[in-house]
Design a protein around this ligand. Structure first.
Ligand SMILES: Cc1cc2nc3c(=O)[nH]c(=O)nc-3n(C[C@H](O)[C@H](O)[C@H](O)COP(=O)(O)O)c2cc1C
Length: 195
């Protein structure tokens, strides 16, 4: 399978950097062809431009620069993996902007003449998100765990009808626990090696 791994963290020595490395290695073990988008490394601009917003609902949404290249790579993949930390109860802005600028008309969905939306990533049969949190899971539960919902409900809608969508969350990193983190990394390795 060709798997697109989208990674959003600025620091090379972060836990997320380690998770990305482990996930990539696991996917390679599984024999997948892995295409990595490192949004910070690419200095991706997350801001939907004036022209992009103007053309968004026009017959041709004019994605600019990297967004067009990313859209092509998304259309060429059959698996999708995200690695990111939770910031302000959502994905980092750079990843939110990836969704704003890359996901959109003629890539993640199509709009018919009646204004009805149709999913358009039906070629993606498997997806996963590996997400870290500072806060504890019960607090996230109270907030509705927006990153989890975004992946399990919003993202899932665009994919193949029977696509498997996995969510691996590591909570409570404000009180780090090395043994728990190591266990989580093993789980990431195992899950990606079976992806
Ligand atoms: C700008 C910023 C906002 C954050 N907001 C949240 C939040 O809303 N909820 C939460 O659980 N953790 C939050 N955190 C904590 C991060 O999720 C946590 O530091 C990260 O997952 C740890 O991974 P890392 O060491 O690879 O950065 C925030 C951290 C930063 C830097």
């Amino acid at each position: 399978m060709r798997v697109l791994l989208v990674y959003a963290h600025p620091l090379r020595d972060s836990l997320n950097a380690k998770i990305k490395e482990v996930a990539e290695a696991g996917l390679a073990t599984a024999g997948h062809d892995v295409d990595v988008i490192d949004l910070y490394e690419d200095e991706f601009d997350p801001v939907l431009s004036h022209n992009e917003r103007r053309t968004y609902f026009e017959p041709k949404f004019e994605r600019e620069n990297l967004a067009e290249d990313y859209a092509q790579r998304l259309m060429d993949s059959d698996g999708l993996v995200f690695v990111f930390p939770t910031w302000s109860m959502g994905p980092p802005a750079i990843l939110k902007g990836f969704f704003d600028r890359v996901f959109g008309p003629d890539v993640s969905f199509r709009i018919d003449d009646n204004g009805t939306l149709h999913p358009n990533l039906r070629h993606i049969v498997k997806a996963a998100a590996i997400v870290t949190y500072g806060r504890e899971r019960p607090i996230l539960w109270w907030f509705g765990d927006p990153p989890r919902r975004m992946i399990k409900r919003w993202l899932k809608w665009f994919l193949a009808p029977k696509a498997r969508v996995l969510f691996l969350g590591l909570y409570k990193l404000h009180k780090p626990d090395d043994a728990k983190t190591d266990k989580f990394l093993s789980k990431v390795r195992r899950t990606m090696a079976n992806f």
